[in-house]
Design a protein around this ligand. Structure first.
Ligand code: SF4
Length: 342
């Protein structure tokens, strides 16, 4: 072939935007912003490259979330239908009994879940609540499932008690950037979240911590959230990225929805900055559709909440998820009791 034939490969120079160099394990907001601003294909390529270096098998972890105590929460998180301040139709309930929770955990395991998360709508549990949740944790752990709980703010001794009962993970989200936090919730401050995360870490419990986008935050706030998460020492083992489910009656019900491709960008940047974390597609997955979810998996998401309900909002039904994973050639992770997802 001549120089002008199809075999003539011309060297291609890829112009990448200048990126602030982050010192090892520390991410500035500007550095995260530079990642978010990349051309989408460059960002996806980088995220998928990082992903394959750390998760070569391409498996998807299935997690199931059960609301063990619903509604009536005294906090005023602007996105949450369980706050007692908002008229959302969610009725306050009592903490579920052990046998009810075990039944749900058994069903989740049979459906393929490997981790079972129990959520309770509390500002902070009382010591007697922690005792009861510890019994739930021990019972779920006995089924051979990883255990996770999200109960609000924890004191150091409460975290130790839950660890002793067999708690593997504690979920406590940072929600958004510190600068935007006061626009979302006013009944606590960012430092409260960081303190609970520190207590959880000190107790030897793995951390599940992420945030929510589509709450009216700016792109800089989104970069700020990722920088906060990535700069935790160490960064969380699980990073749920939620797209706001706009529930009527909550203050954020009329927020402008996030562009789906901006959501994909958030997943990719979470993957790049926290390479060993399980990045989880969480609330709002139902609204994304199959094609955007596929892009999220390409961007490095490797965990989903699985089941018909995510606390009190809808989630794609189990059969739809099974079909989607099959269509994409992804494998559900069914290994229980792995020590760490990283
Ligand atoms: S997100 Fe949690 S702490 Fe905030 S109102 Fe809802 S249940 Fe309460």
């Amino acid at each position: 072939m001549g120089a002008s034939g199809p075999d003539a490969v011309q060297p291609v120079t890829v112009h990448r935007p200048a990126r602030a160099v982050a010192p090892a394990r520390r991410w500035s907001v500007e550095a995260v912003q530079a990642l978010l601003d990349q051309p989408l294909n460059d960002l996806l390529f980088e995220a998928q490259t990082v992903h394959r270096a750390h998760f070569p098998e391409g498996d998807i972890e299935l997690a199931t979330l059960l609301s063990v105590k619903t509604g009536g929460c005294p906090e005023n998180c602007g996105y949450c239908p369980q706050s007692a301040e908002f008229d959302t139709g969610v009725k306050a309930g009592k903490l579920m009994e052990v046998d009810e929770v075990v039944g749900a955990a058994r069903a989740a395991k049979a459906a393929g879940a490997t981790r079972f998360c129990m959520g309770a709508a509390w500002r902070a549990p009382r010591d007697r609540d922690v005792e009861k949740v510890a019994a739930l944790v021990a019972a779920v752990k006995d089924l051979g499932l990883q255990t996770c709980a999200t109960l609000g703010m924890l004191e150091a001794d409460q975290a130790r008690q839950l660890r002793a009962a067999g708690l593997d993970y504690y979920n406590h989200n940072l929600d958004t950037a510190p600068e935007y936090y006061g626009d979302v919730v006013s009944t606590r401050v960012y430092q409260d979240r960081l303190d609970t995360l520190a207590h959880v870490r000190a107790a030897g419990i793995s951390v599940c911590c992420g945030g929510i986008v589509g709450m009216g935050e700016t792109p800089v706030h989104r970069a700020g959230l990722i920088a906060q998460l990535a700069n935790l020492e160490p960064y969380p083992e699980s990073v749920p990225i939620n797209s706001l489910v706009r529930v009527p009656g909550t203050p954020l019900a009329d927020s402008e929805p996030i562009d789906p491709l901006d959501f994909v960008r958030m997943i990719a940047v979470a993957r790049i900055t926290m390479p060993k974390a399980r990045v989880r597609l969480s609330a709002g997955r139902q609204q994304l559709g199959e094609a955007v979810q596929a892009l999220c998996f390409l961007a490095g998401a490797n965990s989903i909440f699985y089941g018909d309900k995510l606390l009190v909002t809808g989630n794609p039904d189990v059969e739809t998820d099974v079909q989607l994973l099959r269509k994409l050639g992804l494998k559900a992770r069914r290994v229980a009791n792995e020590e760490s997802c990283a």
